[in-house]
Design a protein around this ligand. Structure first.
Ligand SMILES: [Zn+2]
Length: 72
């Protein structure tokens, strides 16, 4: 396992403030794509992997976004 705290601190030390802002935004984006259930914490995946994409979800099922447009 990579120690995330050590990793991010190294970035902050090496890069400019502007780039740190980009990293911060990117981390927020990643958090939006991550399951809020702390027991899970998985990144959301499109399911099924093959065929038509129907849902964006994690494996615990706390997040499940329908990708199929509603038919009128
Ligand atoms: Zn989950």
């Amino acid at each position: 396992m990579i120690n995330k705290a050590v990793h991010y601190n190294a970035w902050a030390d090496l890069q400019s403030k502007e780039f740190a802002a980009v990293v911060s935004s990117f981390q927020q984006l990643l958090q939006m794509m991550q399951c809020p259930n702390t027991d899970c914490g998985e990144f959301l995946c499109v399911s099924p992997i093959k065929g038509d994409k129907e849902v964006l979800r994690c494996s615990c099922g706390a997040v499940s976004l329908n990708l199929v447009p509603k038919k009128n």
